[in-house]
Design a protein around this ligand. Structure first.
Ligand code: HEM
Length: 317
């Protein structure tokens, strides 16, 4: 193939570290003269420029400082850049959507708690105050109220996805059980929150709810007595519901979401049921040799014939 002469790249456009040093005796910088790069004095930085440089580096420096002490970057990289099975689709976002709904509930709940009074005589008027006088109060209250229904709908959809994709099977049974507890706690949040405005609707709806709990086998009557916190629904019921709604259940939900997420990251997500496991990519003769040599019929833990190994999840990575 004919070779074309390479065009000469002008020295001016090549950055100094990439420039070839001149061969001895072939020109270059005349003896006793500084190379042209050195002759050009770099612009002196003013104190302001230096301060600006330090400011630009500050966030990275601060993150580096924290990371040196926590060693969290390895964990975060593993968590954020993990592989997902083929066929992962929009249904897999329902868990994250539920998590987002929970965060919205937590944030709006904190702002509502700043103005709400959990007393039988003042609860109703404090809600009226939030809705009518507090800036953006009605908006935040509305977000919290509608957000609770959104979270309940999302958690059921997410549960349906994990059920129909078989994600409750080995090795994810424990995550399913944690999920069931999360579902019960989410329903408890919705139920206890409903009484807090202490208006006619919430009062009578809570009586119905407590009575339904009372019909449960064995524990039912004890549960309804505990929830009512007295012979009739009243001030003590409101205080109890408020403590459950504000402290007990959110704390348990946060801890369980932590465990749920840990298991999701550790075990990976399940592939959709219609995606078949790929055969291991191993050259046949080597596979046969290995299978013969150790006699267990496996290469790198996979069966040579490509059939799934007993007891292994279909999508485990
Ligand atoms: C506060 C409630 C919940 C939150 C925030 C939550 C969050 C998540 C997230 C983000 C994932 C990973 C992505 C995905 O598959 O969607 C996940 C996976 C999973 N969740 Fe939940 N979840 C909740 C409730 C539940 C419930 C009620 C169940 C079932 C009873 C459940 C069972 C599972 C299972 C089995 C997986 C693994 C899915 C797989 O391997 O493909 N979760 N969850």
């Amino acid at each position: 193939m004919p070779s074309f002469p390479k065009p000469k790249i002008p020295d001016a456009v090549v950055p100094p570290p990439l420039r070839k040093p001149a061969k001895p005796g072939s020109g270059g910088t005349p003896k006793g003269q500084a190379p042209s790069d050195l002759k050009e004095q770099p612009e002196r930085k003013t104190a302001g420029d230096k301060l600006l440089d330090v400011g630009k580096e500050a966030p990275i420096d601060a993150l580096g400082w924290v990371d040196q002490r926590l060693a969290a970057s390895g964990f975060l990289t593993g968590m954020l850049f993990r592989k997902v099975p083929k066929g992962t689709n929009w249904f897999y976002t329902l868990g994250s959507a539920t998590l987002f709904a929970f965060i919205v509930q937590a944030v709006t709940g904190v702002f509502l708690a700043m103005f709400y009074t959990p007393s039988a005589t003042q609860a109703y008027s404090s809600i009226a105050h939030i809705n009518n006088e507090v800036p953006l109060g009605q908006f935040v209250h509305g977000m919290h109220k509608w957000g609770s229904s959104v979270m309940v709908i999302l958690i059921f959809l997410h549960m349906g996805r994990t059920f129909f994709f078989g994600a409750y099977k080995y090795p994810r049974e424990l995550n399913w059980v944690i999920g069931v507890v999360l579902l019960i706690l989410t329903m408890t949040m919705a139920f206890t929150g409903y009484l807090l405005p202490f208006d006619q609707r919430s009062f009578w709806a809570s009586i119905v709810g407590i009575n339904i709990n009372g019909t449960g086998p064995v524990v039912g009557p004890y549960l309804s007595d505990f929830l009512r916190a007295g012979p009739e629904l009243g001030a003590t019921t409101l205080s109890r519901f408020y403590a459950i709604h504000m402290l007990l259940v959110p704390g348990a939900i946060i801890a369980l979401i932590g465990a749920h997420m840990y298991l999701v990251v550790k075990l990976g997500t399940t592939a959709p049921p219609w995606v078949k496991a790929e055969k291991p990519k191993v050259a046949a003769p080597v596979a046969q040799l290995d299978a013969g040599a150790n006699g267990n019929g496996r290469v790198n833990g996979n069966r040579v014939d490509g059939a799934p190994v007993d007891g292994e999840g279909n999508g485990a990575l």
